[in-house]
Design a protein around this ligand. Structure first.
Ligand code: GUN
Length: 293
């Protein structure tokens, strides 16, 4: 069994990005600039955004963090999105999700100029991704592709099972794994809360990608010997032995599943760092106006 080390892979890719930024600056180009909007004080979102800001510094990017209390109105938030859409210094920006219930996430996502949508959540980017056109691809699925590529994992003709159908991970992941490319060219099955025979379907998977948010959902009996297992879960589980009072739990029972796998991602240190690294790649592309003028 080989551990898919997202932390080390992401660090190596971020170094490459930093080297490219140095070249851009040396040639008199513009420093890439990512802005992030954070609403409220959700612990998970605080951590993710802090890591994004830290990664910007590691890549040589400028970053701006814009905070709102969770009492912010939809109108105020949309006004900030509009301001960033027109701010020529900002190459790309994100609105960290989830948003408070009184704000329509779809409306906010669609208000973002797709040319600055480095999360790849805007319908234009989702649509372009689904037909294989250049665009911002959402960070978690793209990070997983980069990890598969980094470890030279064969995907062509493999049976790939994606557990979960969220707009952020499951749907784009399934789409990317069936694209005519590497990584891709897989035969993809998507399973969700209404699927039947989940265990039997998972047992067929050469590549199993799990994004359910249900700690320990995938057990040893569900995994084919030699499978590649990618765990997207990061649920905070109370843990009195930890200083912060919780630990991150993946969707896979790692201890019992890992010995059966050819490759598996740890949690933490697997998909998480790759997600942030993909956001950095998208920001670099935005700075270079690689996809859109
Ligand atoms: N919430 C969980 N993952 C993400 C992400 O990739 N981007 C944003 N904006 N919010 C998230």
């Amino acid at each position: 069994m080989t551990l898919l080390d997202g932390k080390a892979t992401a660090a190596a890719i971020k170094q490459e990005i930093a080297a490219e930024v140095e070249q851009i600056l040396a040639a008199g180009g513009k420093q890439p600039h990512l802005a992030a909007i954070l609403v409220g004080h959700d612990g998970g979102s605080e951590t993710y955004v802090a890591n994004k800001v830290k990664s910007c510094a590691e890549c040589g990017f400028k970053s701006t963090l814009i905070r709102f209390e969770d009492t912010v109105t939809e109108e105020e938030l949309l006004a900030k999105v509009e301001e960033l859409n027109h701010d020529d210094d900002v190459d790309g920006f994100i609105v960290q999700l989830p948003l408070p219930k009184h704000i329509d996430e779809e409306k906010v996502t669609e208000a973002i100029d797709y040319r600055k949508d480095v999360d790849g959540f805007h319908p234009i980017n989702v649509g372009r991704m689904s037909i294989g056109l250049p665009c911002f691809v959402s960070a978690t699925p793209n990070g997983i592709l980069q990890l598969l590529k980094h470890y030279n994992i064969e995907t062509s003709g493999k049976k790939c099972v994606v557990l979960g159908r969220s707009n952020i991970v499951g749907k784009p992941m399934a789409n990317l794994m069936m694209q005519k490319s590497y990584p891709g060219d897989a035969t993809v099955t998507v399973l969700h809360s209404h699927s039947k025979n989940i265990k039997e379907e998972c047992q067929q998977a050469d590549i199993l990608i799990v994004a359910m948010g249900k700690p320990g959902f995938v057990t040893e009996d569900m995994v084919k010997p030699g499978a590649v297992v990618i765990d997207v879960g990061t649920t905070r589980v109370p843990d009195a032995t930890r200083k912060n009072g919780f630990r991150l739990s993946g969707d896979v029972d790692f201890e019992h599943v890992a010995p059966k796998c050819s490759y598996i991602t740890p949690v933490p240190g697997g998909v998480g760092p790759m997600t942030i690294c993909s956001l950095m790649k998208n920001t670099l592309s935005a700075g270079k106006k690689e996809f859109y003028k």
